[in-house]
Design a protein around this ligand. Sequence first.
Ligand code: DP6
Length: 351
Amino acid sequence: MRGDTPAVGTLRLLTPGPGRSALALAHPNIALVKYWGKRDERLVLPWTSSLSMTLDVFPTTTWVRLDPSLTRDRVTLNGAPATDEALHRVTAFLELVREIAGRDRRAVVDTSNTVATGAGLASSASGFAALAVAATAAYGLRLHPTALSRLARRGSGSASRSVFGGFAVWHAGRDTDAAEEADLASYAEPVPAADLDPALVVAVVDSGAKAVSSREAMRRTVATSPLFRPWAAASRGDLDTMRAALQRGDLAAVGDIAERNALGMHAAMLAARPAVRYLSPDTIAVLDCVLQLRRDGVAAYSTMDAGPNVKVLCHRADAEQVAEAVRVAAPQATVFVAGPGPGARLLSEGS
Ligand code: DP6
């Protein structure tokens, strides 16, 4: 698919659609090789490439309708008017879509997550992937999936991967001063994987919004952590080894790499000044439980994002046993079992 890039280089209109209103659905993804750190904040270009699995739980639905009577966008998030940072991010994203479409009509956006927002459960990934699909359709744009992924990236880096189902890699792209060239080279695409029959057991130990946003935490890690560069260098190797492990269907190797990559990312955050610490005693209890499961012969591996919640990669056949062990280790946690899910899609559109 990399060879396709020049042909879909610009975010151009391929087939004009009817436009006006559209409803889209997208699922979150969990990175197994993490994205942590931007080399360009405006274009949302990452320091390193990352690799994720899109889930089949916690979808976001987003409805976008163009409204000629509005002078500014109106955004509802989970049933309440969006304010501050959330409103700003959605409006800035719509500006980008309007620029591509050559339109200036304002929009009504109504978006709902089925999971706590801002709790390290990837709501911004599903959120901006769904918004990218709904907004482009409403403004009459039809984008190639690569271009859609690049657009979703501008809303939230991890959203570039939720455009695709299953496993997806987001290429960091070329390091060049030419903004357009750098933008073109940074997109996600599906990753070939043998049949692993994977599950992710999601242990929500705290669904409250995080004290430090991932955006701010990444910025601080890149700027101040002496462990950031070593982690980024190791992460490049992790990606290559993980791609090979996925191709041969080696879940134990995939899990092992995912766990060390996530622990390394949290180590880099802990070494930031001031430190960013998302992991709580409940997180550690789940990490210990996963170690014990491995000692007992169960292939189970942990990963954590910008929050205290833990996602445990295992074979689907072991998922219930893993979920039960996690419930015992962290009785106050809410535990879900997820499998690989579909990419973002348009549910309906109207004029
Ligand atoms: C820890 O994609 O939410 O989940 O680009 O600033 O919106 P922004 O960040 P975001 O960060 C996700 C970070 C992560 C790891 C990952 O998903 O790769």
